[in-house]
Design a protein around this ligand. Structure first.
Ligand code: ZN
Length: 295
């Protein structure tokens, strides 16, 4: 009956639920309409799963459906799973992370432009005003030699959504791999890391970056010698710059002669398709990078 994913993982969280919440989230009950102030809530924020805390709906997707239950016309990317209801008619929605029951989704009613109504029990939700302005996606830029290897390792970190190989730092617009390999464009092989700041901090990412390459090599990385393989971080703001400089200071205190340069962000040019996910596509392990604990 329950769709909970790995029930014993959520054991402690389930114990904290009230009998009414348990009735909804675990036993797929439905609360009475207009039973909660959340129905009328118009504040900016994030609606999270009461059982596991996963971010489910943004306030900008909430609309007044007059149904008596909080209604949204969109869910946060991949946060909500749709399954056929056991009544054979409706489509049930559950939290994609924990499997907790949320309510139902109705399509084609024409209530909003998105033509979708996620009808959610208030008791399945926690509203968090604090998260209203926290972006759930940020970008970081690192150069640590051949981008295939840097991409391979950073992509494995929890909270990293995607890593894209490309070029940054030179003057030529839209450089090709051939341009950059010639070594005269000023570009470095750079990876763009797209991450969720709620799950992994910039500092944790930066530490990993320093630990998967050798920041003391002055002429490239491993066997790859040339200016496009130099170690560098491109920072987007003063805060990132401070974090990087601080980590470099820590490494220097540990006698690493750090050669990593810190630059302000410049235009990022995505590398050709065949460079993306190179090691994964070719089922190989990087030869020029490896993890060494330094912090
Ligand atoms: Zn959940």
């Amino acid at each position: 009956m329950s769709t909970l994913i790995n029930e014993h993982v959520w054991h402690n969280a389930i114990e904290k639920l009230t009998p009414e919440e348990k009735h909804i989230l675990i036993n797929k009950g439905t609360e009475r309409p207009f039973s909660s102030a959340l129905v009328f809530n118009k504040e900016d924020g994030i609606y999270k799963c009461k059982l596991c805390g996963s971010h489910l709906f943004a306030s900008k997707s909430k609309f007044e459906s007059h149904s008596g239950w909080p209604s949204f016309d969109d869910a946060i990317n991949e946060a909500v799973r749709e399954i056929p209801d056991k009544d054979g008619v409706r489509t049930e929605i559950v939290c994609a992370k924990c499997g907790g029951h949320l309510g139902h989704v109705f399509k084609g009613e024409g209530m909003t432009a998105k033509n979708t109504r996620y009808c959610v029990n208030s008791l399945s939700l926690n509203f968090d005003k604090q998260n209203a302005n926290t972006p759930n996606e940020k970008e970081a830029y690192f150069a640590g030699g051949c981008f295939w290897g840097v991409e391979y390792y950073l992509e494995k970190l929890d909270g990293v959504k995607d890593v894209v190989s490309g070029y940054m730092g030179g003057v030529k617009e839209n450089p090709t791999y051939k341009d950059v390999s010639s070594g005269n464009t000023g570009h470095l092989e750079v990876v763009k890391v797209i991450y969720d700041p709620a799950k992994i901090s910039y500092e944790t990412l930066a530490k990993a970056f320093f630990e998967i390459h050798d920041p003391t090599q002055t002429n490239g990385q491993g066997p790859d010698v040339g200016e496009q393989y130099l170690s560098a971080v491109f920072t987007s703001d003063e805060k990132e710059k401070e974090i990087i400089n601080n980590l470099i200071d820590i490494l220097k205190q540990k006698d690493y002669k750090v050669a990593t340069k810190v630059y302000d962000i410049k235009p990022f040019y995505e590398a050709e398709d065949y460079h993306q996910d190179y090691y994964t596509k070719h089922n190989k392990i990087p030869y020029c990078h490896g993890y060494i604990k330094k912090f």
